[in-house]
Design a protein around this ligand. Sequence first.
Ligand SMILES: Nc1nc2c(c(=O)[nH]1)N[C@H]1C(S)=C(S)[C@@H](COP(=O)(O)O)O[C@H]1N2
Ligand SMILES: [Mo]
Length: 447
Amino acid sequence: MSHDSSKDKTALTPHEIRALYQERTPEEADWLAFGRRVSADRRGFLKNAGLATMGAMLGAAIPFHRNMPAGLIPAAFAQDSGADLMQAKDGLTLLNDRPLNAETPAHLLDDDITPYARHFVRSNGLIPQTALDQNAENWTLTIDGEVEKPLKLTIAELKNEFETVTQQMWLECGGNGRAYFQPGASGNQWSVGAIANAEWTGVRLKDVLNAAGVKSSAVYTGHYGNDVHLSGDPEKVVISRGVPIDKAMEAENLIAWAMNGEPVPALHGFPLRLLITGYPGSASQKFLTRIWVRDKVHDGSKMTGYSYRLPAYPVAPGTEVPESDMEILTVMPVKSLITFPETGVKVPAGQPAEVRGHAWAGNGDVKAMHVSIDFGQTWAEARLDPPPNKYAWQRWRADITLPEAGYYEVWARATDKDGKMQPPVVPGWNPRGYGNNMCHRIAVFAA
Ligand SMILES: Nc1nc2c(c(=O)[nH]1)N[C@H]1C(S)=C(S)[C@@H](COP(=O)(O)O)O[C@H]1N2
Ligand SMILES: [Mo]
C-alpha cells in the first residue's frame, strides 16, 4: 500500500493510521496521514488540506487544532472500537466500549475453568498496539528500585531461567457488584460478572524478585504496562498499582505468558501479565513491562485519592469521606456465584433439582457454602469441593426441593476460613462502590 498519494488519504483506516505512526517518524506520519506539516515551533499546526482531511475523517471540525502536537494520533483513531476483539467473546454484557469493559452473566460462568470467550474484560485505557499485533519480539520486563541487581528480562529468559508454573487463579474486579450500591457510585456498573477463573502459566513473581535480590528497604511494588491512556498522551500512565512486598512474595503470584494454554490474549494483557492472588484485579497488571520495588507505599496512577480505596471506618451511605480517611483496598472479601440454573428458570415442584456455582475468598480458602430457598430464613449446607490449587475458585453443589408451585429465590452464601460470611444485603457503602460481596440470588419458578 502506498501512503504517498495525496488523493486517497481519506481512505486510510484507523489501523493503517496506527501502522503509519509505528513505521515512520511522527512528522512523516503526520504528513502522510493527514498532510500535516510541522511548523517552525514543532507544534505541527494542521493547515488547509491536512486539517480538512483530519476533520473529514473525524466527522467534525477541530476547534483547537492549533494546540494539537505533532505526532498525536487523534484518540478517536487510536484504537478500533474494540468490537472486533469482542466478537470472540460469548454473551458478555458490554458496559463501555472506550475503554473496553464487559462482564459475564452468572449462568455463563459455570465452567470450572473460565474459557477465554467468557472471561470478563476490564480496561482502564486502550489496548496497546503490541497486543493488537500480537508482537512480543522486543518485549522486556524490568525489575528495579529497591533491589540488589536490577533486571531486564526477555520473555525467553523468563521461560528459561525460572521454574514454569501452571495453576488456576480467580480474578475479580474490585468494583464487581458496584451497580447495587445506593446511592450509586460512578464507574462501570458491574453487577456480578466481573469475576473469572482461568488457568495461567508463567513464573513465580517471588522467584523473579528473589533473582533481583529484594533489599530490606523494600516496602511495596509498583506495576507498569504499556497500554495507552484514553487521551492518547504517551506521557500519561493508564494505571499503576502495587502491593505490599510481603504480599508480592507469596508463592502463588505469577508473571504469566499463557492463559488456558494459549498466549495471553490482547484483551487480557499480551504478552505478559501479573497475577496477584486475593487482591482486587487492578493489582494484576496487564501488558506488564516493569515492576518497580518501592521504599514506600506505591503512589502510581489509581493508587491514591478515591481509586480502589475504602473509608478507614464504616460510613452511612452517601457520606462525603475526606480523601485522607481513605485506605487502600487489599484482600477481597469472601464471595460466591450461582452459575446453574440461570435466573428465571422453571423447575418441577416437589422434586430435587441441582443448584451449583463457585466460591472464592481473598484470604485463601472458603470453608463452607450454604443455600436458602426461603429468603434467608433457613440455610442448608452445600457440598463444597476443595480448590484444585490455592486461589482457584471452589465448586459447590446443592440439591433443592421447592415444596409447591410458585415463586422462589435461591440465595447462596459462602463462609471464609475466619468465619466471615457474605451478607444478604449490600455491605459497607463506600464512595466508589468497591467490595460488594452480598449473597448472589436467582429467581426460580416451581410448577
Ligand atoms: N495494564 C493494565 N492492567 C490492568 C488494567 C488496565 O487497565 N491496564 N486493569 C486492571 C483491572 S481494574 C482489572 S479488574 C483486571 C482485569 O483483567 P482482565 O481484563 O484480564 O479481566 O486487570 C487489571 N490490570
Ligand atoms: Mo478492576
